[in-house]
Write a protein that binds this ligand. Sequence first.
Ligand code: UD1
Length: 315
Amino acid sequence: MTTWLITGGAGYIGAHVVRALRESGRSVVVLDDLSTGHADRIPDDVPLAQVSVLDTPSVRDALREYAVDGVVHLAAKKAVGESVEQPLHYYRENVTGVISLLEAMRDEGVHNLVYSSSAAVYGEPPWSPIREETPCAPLSPYGETKLVGEWMIRAAASAQRLSWVALRYFNVAGAGAPELRDTSVNNLIPMVYAALERGVAPQVFGSDYPTPDGSCIRDYIHVSDLADAHVAAAAYCEANDAQDVFNVGTGEGASVWEVMAAVSEAVGHDIGAVAVARRTGDPPELVASADRIAGVLGWQARRDLAEMVSSARLD
Ligand code: UD1
């Protein structure tokens, strides 16, 4: 049995990855400073090292104490808008965080790494679906830090023995269990439920995009499917000398109006969404090509939009 350290394991995505890796028969340990994560998301019998990934000696200690074989690195800042306001904070947390982790892994001889990257590395490519070869042109400091992270891992891999996979997540949604829900209200589906809770109409940002119904199209991926992709990536790192980048999406787009319709279906009444002005910086369409991950890792999404929106419900 191998042991994996999950940085950011107390976060929304991390908590799902912890469960999925355990169910795959691996032993898991969480490293999280609890700045945004919640300790009660971590199962009681999973050890928690409550330290920052920037604290290299403490990361080293955790790798050694638990005889870690591989790391899933999720601990990072992830809000696009905030990254524009606080770019240096994002560079410190996300870029220095990867440096710190890679140094600790090198010093402790840990060779397997699954890295949490993002579709934000692509920026606004002129064609869809987006393949991994699509040139990266991030439009926010957040996207830049994720791309720099990939570069650093690739560079470190040739200097220290590393078997690594970077997963570029598209729009993550839903929950595997009510207590694991995304409690931050940054993304469309949590924002819709928050609006309904307050008794106000959910808003569709922009209805004049060059798409069939005029609203933006995204590739929503269920967080439990995403967690399963991490298990497939971890197994691939263990069995190969991996150096791979994969999109994680369904390969299918859904418009904002389609998401609103799915929420109406989930709550059993028309939620009365209204069209408002565009939000600055939103590309019309971002849909993954999920062919590479299906071909190499044998992973594909199993859960649909209805399951994402119903599992994200607040009541
Ligand atoms: C999100 C993430 C980004 C990640 C990317 C991956 C945030 C803020 N953004 O971007 O980190 O890299 O996915 O693809 O975490 N919308 C509405 N009404 C609302 C809220 C959103 O119409 O109340 C629309 C937006 O205009 C957008 C779509 O819903 O078209 C999705 O928005 P959002 O959930 O914020 O995600 P992205 O901006 O796509």
